[in-house]
Design a protein around this ligand. Structure first.
Ligand code: PMP
Length: 293
C-alpha cells in the first residue's frame, strides 16, 4: 500500500509530495508542528495537541491554514488513508510561500502538510528496558513552549546522544537545571521518593504525554512536584524516565554513564507506565487541556 500525504489542500502519494523552495518553513524554519500518537486506532490527546498548536500559532502570529475543525478531519483522514492503527501523525504549518525576505509577507497563506506513519504497537516490555541519557548544555532560544520546526540544537543533541551510545540527551540550563530531553520531557523520582518533572513554563515544551502522566498520577493519589531539578539531584535519584508521544513512558537507568538508583527500572516508573496506558485507553488523553489558554 502506498503512503498518502496531505499537502496544501490535496491528498497526494507520499513519494510525490512536495512544497515550494520558497516556503518559509524551508527558508527560515518559520513554522510549527505537532506529532500525534495513534494507539489502537485512536488519536491520543487530540484536543491537547490542537490547543498547543493554537498556542504556537498565536505566539508566532501564523494564521490557521484551515479551521481547527477541518484540521481535525484532515488528521483523521490521513491516518485512515494510510491505515495507521498504531503509529503517528505529523503535522506542520508554516507561514507559507513568499519571496525570501525576513519580515512577514503580506497576503501569504499558511502552508499545511500532514503525514502518517505506522509504528509497532506500544510494547510495555520494551518500554521497561531502561535506556541511557547524557546531559548537554541547553543552547536553544528561550521559547521552548512554542513547538517550532527550528530544531537544530535538538537534533545536534540527539546525535551527540546516539554517538555516545545513549537514547536521549537531557538539556541543562545555565543554572544547572535539567529542562527536558531533545524530544521528550524529563522525570525523576528523588531519593526521597518524590516524582518530579520541570514545571510548564517557557523553559519546556509542555508534553501531551506529560499532562496525561500528571493526570494519571493525580487520579491514583500519587503526589508529584512540578519544579526544576538539577543534574546532581538526577544523579542521586532513585528512578528516572522520559515521556513523549513516541516514547510514551520510557525508563531511564543511566545518566552520563552512571546508574540511576540500583540500575534497574524503578517501581514507580513501572507503575506510571501502567497507569499511563490505562489512562489513555480509558480517557484518550489529558482532560485538562486549557493549559495554553
Ligand atoms: N519536549 C520536546 C522538546 C519535544 O520535542 C517533545 C516531543 N514532541 C516533548 C517534550 C514531548 O511532548 P509530547 O508528549 O507532546 O510528545
Amino acid at each position: 500500500m502506498s503512503r498518502i500525504a496531505y499537502v496544501n489542500g490535496q491528498y497526494v502519494p507520499h513519494q510525490d509530495a512536495a512544497v515550494h523552495i520558497e516556503d518559509r518553513g524551508y527558508q527560515f524554519a518559520d513554522g510549527v508542528y505537532e506529532v500525534f500518537a495513534l494507539h489502537q486506532g485512536r488519536l491520543i490527546g487530540e484536543q491537547g495537541h490542537l490547543n498547543r498548536l493554537a498556542h504556537s500559532l498565536t505566539e508566532l502570529r501564523i494564521d490557521w491554514p484551515v479551521s481547527q475543525r477541518a484540521l481535525g478531519v484532515i488528521i483523521g483522514e490521513v491516518a485512515r488513508r494510510n491505515r495507521v492503527r498504531d503509529g503517528l501523525v505529523y503535522l506542520q504549518i508554516t507561514r507559507g510561500v513568499a519571496r525570501r525576505d525576513h519580515p512577514f509577507p503580506a497576503d501569504t497563506e499558511s502552508a499545511l502538510v500532514v503525514t502518517a506513519r505506522r509504528l509497532p504497537p506500544l510494547d510495555k516490555a520494551q518500554l521497561r528496558q531502561g535506556v541511557g541519557v547524557i546531559t548537554i548544555p541547553d543552547i536553544r532560544w528561550t521559547r521552548h513552549d512554542i513547538k517550532s520546526v527550528s530544531l537544530l540544537p535538538n537534533i545536534l543533541g540527539k546525535q551527540q546522544a546516539r554517538e555516545a551510545g545513549a537514547y536521549e540527551a537531557w538539556m541543562v540550563n545555565d543554572d544547572g537545571m535539567v529542562t527536558e530531553g531533545t524530544s521528550s520531557n524529563a522525570w525523576i523520582v528523588t531519593k526521597d521518593g518524590e516524582l518530579v518533572t520541570h514545571n510548564a513554563a517557557h523553559a519546556i515544551l509542555n508534553g501531551i504525554t506529560r499532562l496525561s502522566v500528571l493526570e494519571a498520577a493525580a487520579e491514583a493519589g500519587i503526589g508529584f512536584s512540578e519544579r526544576p531539578f538539577s543534574v546532581e539531584e538526577a544523579m542521586q535519584a532513585k528512578e528516572a524516565f522520559i515521556t513523549s508521544s513516541t516514547s510514551h513512558v520510557k525508563a531511564v537507568t543511566n545518566i552520563d554513564g552512571q546508574s540511576v538508583g540500583n540500575g534497574h527500572v524503578g517501581e514507580l516508573t513501572t507503575r506510571m507506565l501502567d497507569l499511563y496506558v490505562d489512562f489513555i485507553e480509558a480517557k484518550g488523553g489529558p482532560q485538562n487541556t486549557n493549559t495554553w489558554n
